[in-house]
Each structure stands twice: as C-alpha cells, then as structure tokens.
Design a protein around this ligand. Structure first.
Ligand SMILES: Nc1ncnc2c1ncn2[C@@H]1O[C@H](COP(=O)(O)OP(=O)(O)OP(=O)(O)O)[C@@H](O)[C@H]1O
Ligand SMILES: [Mg+2]
Length: 484
C-alpha cells in the first residue's frame, strides 16, 4: 500500500489526531481479527456490531493506529493512538482517493502507465472482474478485488492493495441507491468504465428500474474525454447511455458483427454448457477463437465485456483470446459443476440470486439437460421489495416454459414461485415444496437417480449453496456437515 503517516491521515480525513504523528501504518483492516503488526484499524459502526468495541482486540494483534468516530480508551483510561473523524467510511474513501492520486503521479514521473478500470452492472460484475484481471495479469502487475468487494468499504480496501508498482487496477462497483456509483467513481477516477446490464435486482430499494439505469450510468459520466466507456449494446438501457459520457465509446454485442465495436461471431454452446465464439475486435485483424470454460450462455456478455475492456487497455487480441479460453470460474458457487459417483450431476449456482441470474441459470440447466432429467432446487430471491411476488411468479412460469423435469422450492419466502409453477401447469408430482433446507436434503437423497442434472439457486442468506455441497457428496458418504 501507499504509506501515510498518522499526521497525513488526520489531514486527509479532516480528523483529530491523538498520538504520534509519525506512526505509519502498513496495512488497513476493518475487521479486528485481520489486524496484524502495523495495521491501521478502521472502527466503523457495522450492521451487526460497532467496530469501536474491537479496538482493544485490534491493538492486541499489532494495530498501531485506529481510525474511529470517537475516542476509545484502554482498560487504564488512556486513549489509543487514533485519528477521530465524523464518518470513518468517508475517511476511508478519502484515503483511497489520495492513494490513487499518488500512484498516478509517481508512475507518471517514472514514465509508466497506470490504468484503472471500473465495472458495474446488475449481474456479472465479479465474473467479468475475474476474467479481466486474468487477462491483464498476463501483461502487468494487476490488483483486483478479493471476492465480490464492491462497496464503499470494499473499494477502498481494494485500492489499498495497489501501490506504485501496480500497472492495472480493476474495481468492481456495486450500488443500492442513486449516487453510489458516482461516489466510487469519483474516488478511483477510472480510465475505463464498463457497464454490463441494467437489471431489476433491488429495483424496490432503488425506486424503480430507471433509477438503476441512472445509477449505473454514473460510471460513464465520471469518465474524462481521454477515457473509454465500454457498454453492452445488447441491453437497451445500457446502449441508451451513450450520450451520457465525454469518453470514447466502445460497444460490445453478441447479436451482430459491427465493425466499430467488439463482437462475438458464431456463438455456440458445447455439450458441457461452455460457450464459444469468434471474437472480433476493431483492430483491423482477423477474429480470434474464444472457447470458454464457464457454464452458461449468459457468460458471453461477461467474456465480451472483459475482452472489450482489455482491448481498451491496449491488450492484443491473441492474448485476450488465450486468457479467456483458459479461465474457469474463479469463485465458488457460480455455476459450479460437480459429478457424483452415482452419475448425478450438481450445478451449484447458489452464491446469490436475482431475477436475471435466476433466469440465466435456468436456461443453462435446460440447455445442458436436454437429454437428462433436470431438477431445479430453488430458494427465494431476497431484497426485491414490492416486486418480490411478481418476480417469483415469473421464475415459476419460466421453469414450466423451459420444461424442467422437477422443481423443488425451499422455504416460505419462495412460496410464490411454487404456486405459480403449479398454476402454469406443472403437474403436482413434478414439484415439491419444502419448508426447510433439511427437508429438501432428505427429499433429494430419496429421489435423485443416476443421470439426473440438479441446479441449486437462491439468494445467499437462504443457504442453498450448502445444500448443493451436501448433495454433491455421494448419497451414502454424506455427513450432516455443511449447515448454514
Ligand atoms: N450476464 C449475466 N446475465 C445473467 N446472469 C448472470 C450474468 N453474469 C453472471 N450471472 C449470474 O449472476 C450471478 C452473480 O454473478 P456475479 O457474481 O459475477 O455478479 P455480480 O454482479 O458480481 O453480483 P453481486 O451484485 O452479488 O456482486 C451468478 O449466479 C452468475 O451465474
Ligand atoms: Mg459481485
């Protein structure tokens, strides 16, 4: 990380310093359990607990300074070395912004390039981030988020992993309201901004899908005229963002080869569910084959987005295609395929769920299982607000429309999905409703047969990813482990 003294931290965050001004932290943590010698511990009021209660624990583990919203004293009444600010999260953002400025100016002085790429969209951010980081790291030192870090805390923590040796910095940007992407984009000042799609996830929270589109487009508004806006032309709401940026626009599309844009030609899905296509880049050269190892046609969007962003970062087409063809899923529970000894195949996509990803996963299940008995084991999509019942109804209808053989709906929150599948004509013996994950497990243990293909999908909190893991063990070898 770029080093700041305690005095600089206080100055940059408009905070009050208590303690030695020359102390210079060597890492930043927001979880006291991750503190180590030299850490700056950021005490913020969290969802479940107030970080100020763990200052002592952080110092025990070697923290040298705390960024806090109030003075914290030890058992003897002496204050811990601290910078006290009004809002610790905003202070973290200010430090991240200064980190970016320093990296940029240090590298410029040395005549070295530094490229920041921001990625937003309602689905596929983490997948695209992983693919893009995979490509870029073949060319230069690349820093990208751990897991799905994409918010007002996760973005600064990612930035602190970069330093003057970093060539590419990839930032995932998530939002739950208007202004959130602007805040993150102003912090990291991306050179390249990627908008994947505008979905209906969190539409309730946002106050409608138009507000989601406004928010995602904030990334493009933040780009300068030297930047590149990488946009998905196959999503009408994203394509309509073109006038919202001063930057050069590079569109990508899987539906037709447009000479000025990035295109996927001859798209196909092989028998393993892996998409392939010929990547056409506006570089005057021939198209290059991409043969992905990610499951599902929806990943064509993510592969194209990563290719377009890499192209905007001056990576050669052959390097892009080679990297995209070699990368498998980098994170767990994303269309993760497991073969059971008895011939049952599990696809565990229950990392999280929203209407777009639910639909994509079901389409992949139907496609992959054309010759097999298919099972959709589904739980609720949470956080949909007023649209919840309607969206669950739509999933039930889609299960019927796609001709999925068997449906198992887990938990009352997903009841509407079950009811709508019945209403749409799924015979009663082909669908099951279970109150709990445990009941679903018992049912699957009894019912699954050799050759079955089983998809698990729900929001994270419903925990079907663990049910998928348990079910993927061979029937008799399974243990009661893996509870949520
Ligand atoms: N283009 C897409 N269309 C529909 N679903 C997708 C698409 N890309 C990925 N998904 C699915 O969406 C889910 C989440 O993918 P991913 O983690 O890449 O998205 P994300 O935008 O980072 O999500 P989050 O908002 O949870 O961070 C996965 O189940 C994945 O299979
Ligand atoms: Mg993510």
């Amino acid at each position: 990380m770029i080093a700041f003294t305690a005095a600089e931290i206080a100055q940059l965050t408009h905070g009050r310093l208590n303690g030695d001004p020359d102390v210079t932290p060597t890492s930043v943590v927001t979880d006291s359990r991750e503190a180590k010698t030299g850490s700056l511990y950021v005490a913020k009021p969290g969802e479940h607990a107030d970080g100020h209660h763990f200052v002592h624990a952080a110092f025990e583990r070697g923290a040298v300074l705390v960024l806090a919203e109030r003075k914290v004293v030890d058992a003897h009444g002496s204050p811990y070395p601290a910078v006290v600010v009004d809002d610790a999260v905003l202070a973290l953002g200010a430090l991240a912004a200064e980190t970016i400025r320093r990296i940029r100016s240090e590298r410029k002085l040395r005549g070295e390039l530094f490229t920041v790429i921001g990625i937003t969209g309602s689905a596929g951010k983490t997948t695209t981030k992983d693919l893009l980081a995979g490509i870029l790291s073949t060319t230069g030192a690349t820093v990208a988020p751990q897991g799905s870090y994409n918010g007002e805390v996760g973005v600064p923590l990612t930035v602190f992993n970069a330093d003057a040796g970093t060539r590419f910095l990839v930032i995932e940007m998530g939002a739950t309201g208007l202004g959130h992407i602007k805040y993150l984009a102003d912090m990291v000042k991306p050179d390249i901004g990627v908008v994947l799609m505008v979905g209906t996830a969190h539409a309730g929270e946002f106050g409608g899908v138009d507000n989601i589109a406004r928010t995602k487009g904030e990334l493009l508004e933040a780009l300068s005229e030297h930047g590149t806006a990488v946009i998905n032309l196959d999503d009408a709401r994203v394509a309509a963002m073109r006038p919202r940026t001063k930057a050069k626009v590079l569109g990508f599309t899987a539906s037709a080869g447009l000479p000025e844009e990035v295109g996927a030609l001859n798209v196909f899905i092989n028998s393993d569910g892996f998409p392939g296509f010929d990547l056409a880049l506006p570089d005057g050269g021939p198209s290059v084959p991409v043969r992905s190892r990610l499951i599902g046609a929806h990943h064509v969007t993510n592969l194209l987005a990563a290719a377009a962003a890499a192209f905007a970062a001056d990576i050669a087409s052959s390097a892009i295609a080679t990297s995209l063809s070699s990368q498998a899923a980098a994170s767990r529970w994303r269309m993760e395929r497991m073969e059971r000894e008895d011939g049952v195949t599990i696809i565990n996509d229950a990392f999280n769920a929203n209407p777009e990803s639910m639909s994509a996963a079901l389409r992949a299940l139907a496609e992959l299982g054309r010759e097999r008995r298919t099972w959709a084991v589904l739980g609720a999509m949470l956080e949909l607000g007023d649209d919840s019942v309607q969206e669950h109804n739509a999933v039930g209808a889609q299960v019927v429309q796609l001709n999925i053989s068997k449906l198992v709906v887990v938990g009352q929150e997903a009841r509407a999905l079950f009811d709508s599948a019945i209403k749409e004509g799924l015979p009663g013996d082909e669908c099951h409703f279970t109150e709990s994950v445990e009941d679903a497990y018992e049912l699957l243990q009894n019912e699954l047969e050799a050759g079955d293909l089983v998809l698990f999908k729900s929001s994270k909190q419903v925990g079907l990813r663990h049910l998928g893991d348990r079910t993927s063990l061979s029937p008799r070898a399974s243990s009661p482990a893996g509870k949520d």
